[in-house]
Every structure is written in C-alpha cells, then in structure tokens.
Design a binder for this molecule. Structure first.
Ligand code: ATP
Ligand code: MG
Length: 478
C-alpha cells in the first residue's frame, strides 16, 4: 500500500506572497532553487524572492511578514536581504541586484539592477529562473538563459562565460559539484573545464564558506558524486589535500593495494545509507586519512597500514582546525578515528571480557556510531566475504551486550542491605548474610519481586527460614 502523499503547499505559499505583491503593487518573483525544485517536483522548504523594480525589499518583506503572520524576522544588512518563517517554509527576500567583482577581491560590489541582470549573476542556468507569483502571472517563467532546457536535459551550466562566473565567486565550483550530486545532473563539458581551469581561485574563498559547502556535499544521499568531481577537477587537492592524497594504487609482487580514496568514497556512501548524522558522515570521510603516511610494503605479507588510526587521529587536530569546524567535529572524529580498528580486534573466541569492557568504556556513548562505521567500512566486492565480516561484527555487538549485562548484574545491589538482613533474621555476620542477599537479588532479576525495599524485605521474611535451613549449594559462579 502506498501512503497518500502529503499535500505540497508550496503553491499556496507562493500565491499568498503573490497576493501581498498585488496589494502593495510591488513586482515580486520567486527565484532560484525553489523555482528549480518546484519544476522538478522536489520538495521545497526555502523560497527566495526577488523584489524587482527598485522597490524596497525590506519594506515589502515586513508587510508580507505581517500579512502572513511570519515569525523570526531577520535582516542581513550586509546582503540587503531579509527572511522570516511561515512553517514549514523559510522565505527570503532580496532586491534585484547586480554584483561586480574585482580580480583581487572576493567581496562583490552590489548595485541595484533589473531582474534579468539579477538572474545573470546566478550560478547555473537551472538556478537562474524567476517565476511570477501574482494571480495574473502565476507560474510564468522568466528564463533568459533557457534553464528549462537544461532542467529537462539534466545539465548544469553557467548562464554566462563559465571562466568569468567561477572567477567572480569560486565557491560556485564547489556548488557545481554539490548540485551534480544533489540533483543527479551532469556538468556541461565547458563548465567542467572551467572548474578545473579556475580551481586555484578557490583559495580566495573564506574557509567558512568552503567548509559549509563540503558539509552540504556530505549531507547528500550519495556524497561520492560531488567528492569525486572535486577530485577529478583538482579542487580537492586545494580544499582538502589530505583526502586527495588517499588516491593511488600500487602493485608489488602479487599484492595489489586498493585505492584508499575510492574505498573512502564507498564508506561515505555506505554510511549515508545508514544515518543522516553529519558527525558520523564526516568521520567516514576522514577515518583513514592516516594511511598514506604509514603505508609499507612487507615482503611476503603485502601492504600494511600499521598505526594509521593513531596517525589519523593526530592529523585531525590540524585538519579540523584548518577547516574551522565546530569543536565537536574535532573531538568526535579524533576519538572514533583512533578507535576504529578496535572492534575488529574483538573478533574471535579468545577475547576477554575486560578487552570488551575497555572498548565500551573508551567509546562511551559513541559505541553504536563506532560499530556503524565499522559496518560501513566493509567495502569488499565479494558478497560472501562482506557477509562474513558483517556476521563477525554481529558477534562483537552481541558480546558487548553480554558484558554490559554481566556488569549491570555486578553493580546491582539488593535493596535490603546486610545490616538489615542480620537484624531481620537474627543472625551474625557470616556467609549466610551474603547468601540471603544473593537470593533477594536473584528474585529481583528473575522478576519474582520488584526492585523495591519493602517487597524485598517481605520476600526475605518469607524465604529466610527455608534458606537458612538449607545447606549452601555450590553453583558454578561461586
Ligand atoms: P539549495 O537550497 O538546495 O542549496 P538553492 O539553489 O536554493 O539550492 P541557495 O544557496 O539557497 O541554493 O541559493 C539560492 C539561489 O541563489 C540559487 O538558486 C542561485 O540562483 C543563487 N546563488 C546562491 N549562491 C550563489 C553563488 N555563490 N553564486 C551565484 N548564485 C548563487
Ligand atoms: Mg535554497
């Protein structure tokens, strides 16, 4: 049975803003991603509007907010934009503008402009369409660069000369790679060539914008698409050299060493199928970055990467700092990168409880994430081998559960304490006290009585004569 789709209320939202445009006589259009995604039939949650005709965008936005009972009104002075929320939508308003860049600066000079100039400064033709939202022009496209055809052909291409477009704002190079993955589009060959040619320009982009884009790429359902494009255009070498350095295969004797970059992409795609958690996706991306430094060929054994987890952990301090990621990325990815080989060492029959306990303690609340990484790390093309590895991790997980259970029992204490047992039973310190305590604990664990003082005391009074009369029985645990 298919569930009825949630009604998409995007058009209702657009018409509501359109009504305010009619009322105020301001020419307002929806633009960019919302127009693109609406035509593609993708869900829309953020809608950008252009306020054309030199009208005052903040004034229009404020009127619209009042009419639509929007919340969280925010003004971004620097960009001349305002936004507010009408759940579940985020609406953003900007005046039509033109941006010009000087070659030495990434800060554009912004001037008011007409709608077609505003569309021309946008990154890709499919993002450079505006749409009428008033009753009289609802759904009409203003599409000077034929974004419609590129949408149909699933092509990303810049509206103007790609070299100039990327040079003006080189973040667009990363956006192209990200949209290729997000939309499942091809990048036009001329656009792709310009990405490669202009790649050095990404150095002028602020680290915050770059990292934000890298994290957006990681949040895609198949993150490898964008990452591979960055690698192939030489951009990754500039924005994330430690990842780019994972590329390369070597053959020596009969030993083939698999490409760590390709392996990493598979791990990232695997984890993307398991979780949306950004930290875990980032961890999948970086967990092997120590490998190139420790790679050795050992005669008769093959390629080894001894200690790569600890080298990776140390590298992450510098990497996360340079990427200016929030501190939790550093803490989390270092900790779990250092631990990522440990569950493998717990495979097999001769592992002690204390080895299991040590890992449980060190991983703490992140143990499930660590096990998820380990499962995603299985990239063997041989289904039987992959199945075997997964089964091994099932066994490790089960073993962890058992050890935790045992430890819980050990930490467990009868709600009736020794002193009280002696008093109630009229006995002196000795092994009988322990036996009675154990009997109470067993009754609680067996679910005979609740883990409460009064119930335990009543139970003790009921069994004490019998228990004291019986000789102690030796069990396996004693
Ligand atoms: P998504 O929200 O899915 O990332 P989007 O297309 O809405 O996609 P935004 O970053 O929200 O992307 O930007 C909205 C619109 O603004 C884009 O569609 C594009 O027209 C324009 N835009 C955003 N960033 C740039 C940029 N760096 N250069 C040129 N145009 C841009
Ligand atoms: Mg958007």
């Amino acid at each position: 049975m298919t569930l009825p789709e949630k009604p998409d209320r995007t058009d209702e939202m657009l018409r509501a803003v359109g009504a305010v445009a009619v009322e105020t006589g301001v020419p307002v259009y929806a633009v960019g991603g919302a127009v693109r995604d609406r035509l593609l039939g993708h869900p829309v949650l953020e809608i950008d509007f252009v306020v054309a005709g030199n009208a005052d965008a903040p004034a229009f936005a404020e009127t619209a907010r009042r009419r639509l009972r929007g919340t969280g009104y925010t003004v971004f002075e620097r960009f001349g934009t305002c936004s507010f929320l009408v759940e579940p939508y985020k609406l953003e308003f900007a005046g039509a503008r033109r941006e010009s860049y000087r070659p030495d600066s990434r800060k554009p000079e912004v001037q008011p402009a007409d709608l077609s100039e505003d569309l021309a400064r946008r990154d890709f033709t499919v993002n450079a369409m505006a749409m009428g939202i008033r009753k009289s022009d609802f759904g009409d496209l203003i599409d000077p660069f034929d974004g419609r055809s590129d949408l149909a052909g699933r092509i990303l291409r810049t509206p103007l000369d790609p070299l100039a477009t990327f040079s003006d704002d080189p973040l667009r190079i990363l956006r192209a790679a990200r949209f290729a993955g997000q939309l499942g589009f091809r990048i036009h060959p001329d656009t792709l060539a310009a990405m490669r040619a202009d790649r050095e320009r990404v150095r002028i982009v602020s680290q915050e914008r770059l990292s934000d884009e890298i994290l957006k790429m990681l949040s895609q359902p198949v993150p490898s698409v964008g990452l591979r494009i960055l690698q192939e255009t030489g951009v990754l070498e500039i924005v994330f050299p430690e990842l780019s350095a994972l590329t390369g295969v070597e053959q020596r004797d009969d030993f083939h060493h698999k490409d760590v970059f390709e392996h990493t992409l598979k791990v990232v795609d695997n984890i993307a199928r398991m979780t949306d958690k950004p930290l875990l996706r980032f961890l999948a991306l970086v967990h092997d970055i120590g490998k190139p430094q420790v790679k050795r060929f050992v005669e008769g054994v093959g390629w080894t990467f001894h200690n790569h987890e600890n080298v990776g952990e140390r590298m992450l301090k510098r990497v996360c700092g340079r990427l200016k990621l929030p501190n939790e990325y550093l803490k989390y990815s270092r900790k779990l990168t250092a631990l990522h080989m440990r569950p493998i060492q717990l495979i097999g029959g001769d592992v002690t409880d204390s080895a299991v306990r040590r890992l449980l303690f060190q991983a703490g609340e992140d143990i499930e994430d660590l096990m998820m990484l380990c499962r995603a790390d299985i990239t063997s093309g041989n289904p039987r081998r992959a199945e075997k590895h997964l089964k091994n991790f099932d066994a490790v997980t089960e073993r962890m559960r058992e050890v935790e259970e045992k430890d819980k029992m050990r930490a467990f204490q009868s709600p009736v304490r020794g002193e009280e047992i002696m008093e109630l039973c009229g006995i002196r310190p000795g092994p009988a006290v322990g036996r009675l305590k154990t009997a109470i604990e067993e009754a609680i664990l067996d679910g005979l009585i609740p883990n409460e003082h009064d119930a335990a005391r009543d139970y003790l009074l009921k069994i004490k004569d019998q228990a004291l009369a019986d000789p102690p029985v030796k069990t396996e645990n004693q």
